[in-house]
Design a protein around this ligand. Sequence first.
Ligand code: UFG
Length: 302
Amino acid sequence: MVDSLYFINNLQFHMGDIRNKEDLEKLFSQNKFDAVIHFAGLKAVAESMAHPFRYFDNNLIGSITLYQVMAKYNCKKLVFSSSATVYGQPKRIPCVEDFELKAMNPYGRTKLFLEEIARDIHAADPEWKIILLRYFNPVGAHESGKLGEDPIGIPNNLMPYIQQVAVGRLPELNVYGHDYPTNDGTAVRDYIHVMDLADGHVTALQKLFTKEDIGCFACNLGTGRGTSVLEMVTAFEKASGKKIPIKFCPRRPGDATEVYASTDLAARELNWKAKYGIDEMCRDQWNWAKQNPWGYKKPTTK
Ligand code: UFG
């Protein structure tokens, strides 16, 4: 219920699998849900290329199963985790929501298909209200330092990698490409603080209850500002006081040169704007890292 959004003592946790209709039926038959925020997606690009069926199975089949059960129990309000990956290699920047969409890998294809599936569901039954949130590059951690990202194995993404170099788990950062046509030659992304991202979800959820003609629409969640890999390294060094040794490497296949969001639609439709910049992202990521250098594990269980 939107009214009780902030009363977290009322939370219940049920473990289940979105691919398992029985799990979902049990949950929906015992509770009356007004809306769903659907985060239950796999998100590693390289894994999706090696194991596409995992992505088709979990992201596609799981989501379709969830939507079938939602429809059956008349729960037709949805906030979905989409991704800037649906812009592929954008021809222009900033990325505007009505750009042509393109998948670069099986992970991206599942996000693109799921956006299309959401539009089809709404076209067939306009009672559905759906907001597809296209995340740019989420980084940082909860300001308490108790909640953060703890990837399994060697991190693929820039910030968890920098973090592990800073705490001494990895010797140096591989910088993929320093010959891009950008100010310092490294690739540019729109990094967004996870707390801003969370706030964007709350705003979207509230919108589903306060605006009648929502329909089904996609909306970027980004800051609208681009930051290069080297700028991020410098900001993290400043926040942590640690030196991050780097090694220049060839470009990573499939990487775009420069991607950042247009934030106009989010401002107009959701009345939402990111509050934090890269200094706060690095401050909170470092606060999480120094309190939990081995993530949620103990060093002995690495
Ligand atoms: N990078 C490095 N070294 C690393 C890791 C990353 O130089 O060890 C560089 C990349 O080459 C890229 C930038 O840092 O230029 C950001 O890379 P990330 O892997 O952190 O993020 P991506 O922009 O590649 O991908 C992210 C999400 C995807 C999503 C995509 C959408 O991880 O899930 O944004 O644009 F699909």
